[in-house]
Design a binder for this molecule. Sequence first.
Ligand code: DQA
Length: 147
Amino acid sequence: MAHTLLVLHGPNLNLLGQREPDIYGRQTLADIDAELAAMAALHDAQLVSFQSNHEGVLVDRVQSALADGFEFIIINPAALTHTSVALRDALAAIALPFIEVHLSNVHRREAFRRHSYFSDLAVGVVCGLGSAGYRAALEFALHYPRQ
Ligand code: DQA
């Protein structure tokens, strides 16, 4: 079981609750993170959530994830999903298992959202389930065998 988990949220996810609620729902990022923290606590797992609007800051956080003792990453790269070779390369470099999460079903939206720089490296991808997708990813991660 993965006991130390890092949840990363990309650009504009700090605006959840007010940002295009028909697409992304009305829960705030703090609401989502609180639910994940409560779930992790039930399993005696350590969970840290982190959001940034800046690609390089997220790259730094991924790079330090191994040294910080994390065993698993849940990441919603947001718009960086479709653009960021740098964040992809960081995840490839540390080689920790990760799940890619999207609140919306990116395949039902604009064509440019259908390509992800992350999906082929991910253990799995969850999209279109709203905030329940993060909880599904965490449930899976909590039972993922330690590497
Ligand atoms: C998103 C989907 C992305 O296409 C978009 O740029 C986001 C959020 C989602 O959670 O549905 O910012 O990752």
